[in-house]
Design a protein around this ligand. Structure first.
Ligand SMILES: [Fe+2]
Length: 247
């Protein structure tokens, strides 16, 4: 685990890919005095390590803000205090498959949330999951959850999406592109910075997703990635999409 202090009150806990795993994890901690809001928990092991580090710094975890409710983002809640405030999309029940000890407080897409010096606002971005949200932090960073994923060496990870959600994932990425952000942080992989890098990353995913959708899942791998400037890892996600398309 590495801890980067991005700003006085903003920490990035980074867990690089373990051997055999496709992706690592970023957990962001926003500090408000001694209280901490964490964005996502990853699995139990990562949540425990972050909690231990925060405790060693005299801080206490009071809030968890969830980008979406897939297990690699919320399973760590099991290792945390049941009294913690968990914030996430009003659509969380569509994705959450296991019981967690905390009650989920739905975020408001019109009013946002204030936590110390952090002004947070939320935008629904369904596709990767029904409950995916984009999180704006002080107008400076945009957390895109798993709308974009990569490895820490910068290699892009193929978008993960169920076949029937392809059009939604495309719409959410097009919305993200229109936002013209210059600092995008992710749950998996390093920050993307600069308009050019961000637009290229989004266009690569869009090209792949549209190739699969427009062919109704009947394209080859070479055809699917022919418009992309990157080399993807995670080809198994493509095989899964093709299998779903015939059902
Ligand atoms: Fe994920």
């Amino acid at each position: 685990m590495n801890v980067d202090r991005m700003e006085k009150c903003l920490l990035n806990y980074r867990f690089s890919e373990e051997e055999g795993f496709l992706y690592g994890f970023n957990l962001y901690a926003m500090l408000n005095g001694k209280d901490v809001m964490l964005i996502d928990t990853a699995f139990r092991s990562q949540a425990k390590q972050v909690k231990k580090d925060l405790t060693s710094k005299g801080l206490r975890l009071t809030h968890v803000l969830v980008t979406h409710f897939h297990p690699d983002h919320v399973a760590g809640l099991i290792a945390l205090d049941p009294e913690i405030t968990v914030l996430g999309s009003p659509e969380y029940k569509k994705t959450l498959t296991k019981d967690i000890p905390q009650r989920v407080t739905p975020v408001s897409f019109s009013e946002g949330f204030q936590f110390g010096e952090f002004t947070l606002s939320f935008t629904p971005a369904p596709g990767h999951s029904a409950c995916s949200i984009l999180i704006d932090i002080n107008g400076k960073y945009l957390h895109a959850g798993d709308n974009l994923m990569s490895r820490y060496d910068g290699n892009a990870i193929l978008p993960w999406v169920e076949y029937h959600e392809l059009a939604n994932h495309i719409s959410s990425l097009e919305m993200l592109k229109r936002m013209k952000r210059v600092r995008i942080i992710l749950s998996h992989g390093p920050e993307l910075s600069g308009e050019e890098e961000i637009i290229r990353a989004i266009d690569d995913r869009l090209s792949y997703l549209k190739a699969v959708l427009n062919s109704a899942g009947r394209c080859s791998w070479v055809e699917a990635i022919s418009g992309c400037s990157c080399n993807y890892t995670g080809r198994e996600f493509f095989e899964q999409l093709l299998a779903e398309s015939v059902n």
